[in-house]
Design a protein around this ligand. Sequence first.
Ligand code: GLC
Ligand code: CA
Length: 555
Amino acid sequence: MKRNWWKEAVVYQIYPRSFMDSNGDGIGDLKGITSRLDYLKELGIDVIWLSPVYQSPNDDNGYDISDYQAIMEEFGTMEDFDEMLSQAHSRGLKIVMDLVVNHTSDEHRWFVESRKSEENPYHDYYIWREGKNGNQPPNNWGSCFGGSAWQYDESRQMYYLHLFSKKQPDLNWDNPRVRQEVFDMMRWWCEKGIDGFRMDVISMISKTEEMPDGEVHGLYGDFGPYCVHGPNVHRYLREMNEQVLSKYDIMTVGETSGVTVEQAKLYAGEDAHELNMVFQFEHVDVHGKYGKWTDEKMPLSTLKETLSRWQTQLYGKAWNSLFWDNHDQPRVVSRFGNDSPAFREVSAKMLATCLHMMQGTPYIFQGEELGMTNYPFAGPEEFRDIESINAYREWCESKKVSHEEFWPCMLFTSRDNARTPVQWDDSTNAGFTEGTPWIPVNPNYKDINARAELEDPDSVFHYYQKLIALRKQYPLIVYGKYELLMAEDENLFVYTRELDGQKLLTVCNFSEQEQEFVIPEEFRNGECLICNLSNDYSREACVLKPYEAFVLLSS
Ligand code: GLC
Ligand code: CA
């Protein structure tokens, strides 16, 4: 297996709106980020993935871009950006930009032109179709954020495709001029010195020419088979690689939901000449009656099967990302752990151990390193996220399901759980802002905050710091071969890694009960690299406490 810096790196994702506010307007900003770079350095991460900071009307918090070469006013200026980048670089930290090019904002000048007429030079920058039977959308596809995926435009008198909100029209990647515009823009950022791209829903850029009705799940037809991993996606990514990516020493990661292991080898294969790694969701995807809105937990055996399949089948062939949390997912400690005061810290550390001893590039989402939890939303009026707001409207206000039934699902999975402000200290608004935060601060900030954790050597923060340091110390953690043990066990997640005769054992108790475990002989006199509780791991029979986790190196 080739060694690469991005395989050895640990990434920290910043959602700028909620990270740190420097000027009291209640919205996180670039100066706020710069002011916390020392904190990130102390944690030990190598790369920052910055969620979008470009000019945007914020229909989807920056994932709807109206100018790729300007900074969102609320976040600051291009000078602030340059200062942040150079401050990061001077600390040895890299910055990876979010590249959102499946769609733009409807306020982007390309779309403003495109909708004018069929004669306009930008007319085929987006995906336009005639309606069906006069005034019906071209097909039954539903958008990811509710409603039809088609919007009628009065001036152009046609429908345009938007797989996300109607303010996020999809670009037409089949048009070579669109691809050149995107590649030029990417080069411009690379020349500025940024260190890579996280590519938003990149697996959706190529659509099939025919656009038949999709199978109906829930309320609308599914566009998946026609838009996800479409006919030319690999051709376009190879073109991007040849023209831009291969010219710079940068890191690239593609958000590829619904990707199979075989497809991942095409996107992120060692010699595929597309991207460095995929970011896929199989281990966090639980679908219920209302699609993603569910309060069901994935059984541990399923979680183990999924994670292990990716570990073993990509080994030596392609590279994957490791994550529990991001800005689209609820908080991991509430989801797979236990956020009650008795078990929050121990279960947060257990989950971190489980993930960080695997193969792949680990991603930490802001606040995860503090063990931040889901937010106790009182009602739908507290949501800010377009997906959550629309889903509530579509399912509850239209009376397809009762509030009582739907609400627990929203509480468990809403993206806004991840988007409440980072809890810096126990002062008003958790030290995030001196003004009124754009989204409420979690009321548990007096107990859970960075200042308290920095002072406590046993905190979740210091545990993450140690996990990151171990990855730097042992190539085995980065490059070792993975093997799952006790696949059927519904309480323990146990696996080994092996490289050049050295072996590592990771044991995690996912349950609230004690569990018995027999330590394999080769590890009995081994060194304990990290553990979240103290125990005697030199004995054969070991009784693990609730959420206990430990890692042993073979002797
Ligand atoms: C990605 C982003 C998500 C966004 C969507 C549309 O999934 O992670 O936040 O809403 O794409 O850009
Ligand atoms: Ca601000």
